[in-house]
Design a protein around this ligand. Structure first.
Ligand code: PEP
Length: 253
């Protein structure tokens, strides 16, 4: 049985004051979450607050990105070792907003994945198709390509130390959620692709759904056989909503 994971992707939102409030709000309710693993991914500058405020709690934290390089003359980048230094557990890799706005390729994302694993971080590899790709019947082709970027570079064993997030681009921040059946189909496809190389890894790897997951749809989505939790954007910015989704994770543990 895979443990559900609920991870919040705060994107470029928050401030020192907002981060403090949000973390306090999540801390206040985390005692009621018994089974699901919970993580928050604030912007880089606020990771120090996560380190200070989440010490000794069951709430893990991580980054929204990291450098594909280990160290050196890479102005503006943040290395895996630095994130580990701040106590991060997770690093989101290959989010569609980074693929789109920062021209990240599957090769770069595979390098980031390797950096994360090398430094003891758990990468959350995002895969997902655009609306146009879905409507032209290319969903499986696209998510397979995103998955294969890491599979081909590092082998199936790399997914023993990683998490996958299926995030249909058309559902991110739009309020349109994939139906549980649509999401389950893609999750099953992804797990099957891993199972073709190793059934053991396929049984182990957590595959999260992301894309307008909210308190009112989380339980049904996470209740699907191959959906092991959620990567949450907008709803992760309100402690009550985020905690309600964590409870949906608990209910499906
Ligand atoms: C995301 O961008 O990772 C995400 C899932 O966003 P939202 O929940 O707002 O759709």
């Amino acid at each position: 049985m895979r443990q559900p994971l609920i991870a919040g992707n705060w994107k470029m939102n928050s401030s020192k004051a907002d981060t403090t409030d949000l973390l306090n709000g999540i801390k206040a309710g985390i005692g009621e979450i018994r089974q699901a693993a919970v993580a928050v991914c604030p912007p880089f500058p606020y990771l120090y607050l996560a380190e200070e405020m989440l010490a000794g709690t069951a709430i893990a934290y991580g980054s929204q990105d990291l450098s594909p390089e280990p160290e050196g003359a890479f102005t503006g980048q943040v290395s895996a070792a630095m994130l580990k230094d701040f106590g991060c557990t997770y690093a989101i890799i290959g989010h569609s907003e980074r693929r789109l706005f920062n021209a990240e390729t599957d090769d770069i994302i595979a390098q980031k994945y390797a950096q994360a694993v090398k430094h003891g971080l758990t990468p959350i590899l995002c895969v997902g198709e655009t609306l146009e790709e879905r409507e032209s019947g290319k969903t499986e082709e696209v998510v397979a390509k995103h998955l294969d970027g890491v599979l081909d570079a590092h082998g199936v064993e790399a997914f023993k130390q990683g998490v996958i997030a299926y995030e249909p681009v058309w559902a991110i921040g739009t309020g349109v959620t994939a139906t549980p059946e649509q999401a389950q189909d893609v999750h099953a496809f992804l797990r099957g692709r891993i199972a073709a190389k190793s059934q053991q890894v396929a049984d182990l790897v957590q595959i999260l759904y992301g894309g307008s997951m909210k308190p009112n749809n989380a339980e049904e989505l996470i209740g699907q056989t191959d959906i092991d939790g959620g990567l949450i954007g907008g709803a992760a910015l309100k402690a009550a909503d985020f905690l309600a989704i964590c409870k949906a994770g608990d209910a499906n543990a």
